[in-house]
Design a binder for this molecule. Structure first.
Ligand code: CA
Ligand code: CA
Length: 161
């Protein structure tokens, strides 16, 4: 009986290994970089209009969801850094013919200065890092480079690892 159990476990291991290999191969052949880290929670939804820096939606939890509802929809968010930290920001883009990009700005006098961006090609998710200073407000922009969907939301969140 024990012999059969060992055989079964061996086969289960082989199966697990081969299925993970084929999953990796499929991801590569699609040439789409999808981030493996999934957000832990269901984040609140954007509130339009948020089409300018002044209308930015504050990110009060660790992330927010929204949709790009037209080719010219800009979604602005603001974030007040709670501590000095290198922040890692991720944008998960819905699967399909959508290429969204991610930008981070700070206000210097009256000017918005871009301090980070992530503009990968195609349907790839975006990620960037920036050095945040305690108490300072940062502005985050999500917009479309090509394609949009007002039904499938994107997820924008801070990776807290
Ligand atoms: Ca929007
Ligand atoms: Ca908007």
């Amino acid at each position: 009986m024990k012999k059969y159990l060992n055989l079964f476990l061996g086969l289960a291991l082989v199966f697990t290994f081969s299925s993970s290999v084929s999953a990796a191969g499929k991801q590569q052949s699609a040439q789409v970089h999808k981030l493996s880290a999934a957000p832990a929670a269901t984040y609140p939804f954007e509130s339009e209009p948020n089409n300018t820096r002044r209308e930015a939606n504050p990110i009060l939890e660790d992330g927010i969801r929204g949709t790009i509802s037209s080719a010219t929809d800009e979604d602005w968010f603001s974030f007040v850094a709670p501590i000095n930290n290198e922040e890692r920001l991720l944008l998960l883009i819905p699967y399909g013919s959508y290429d969204y990009d991610l930008y981070v700005y700070e206000l210097v006098g009256k000017n918005l200065d871009q301090i980070a961006s992530s503009t990968r090609a195609g349907n790839s998710d975006e990620s960037l890092r920036f050095d945040a200073e305690e108490g300072k407000t940062y502005y985050i922009l999500v917009k479309s480079y090509s394609g949009y969907t007002d039904t499938d939301p994107y997820t924008l969140y801070f990776d807290l690892k």
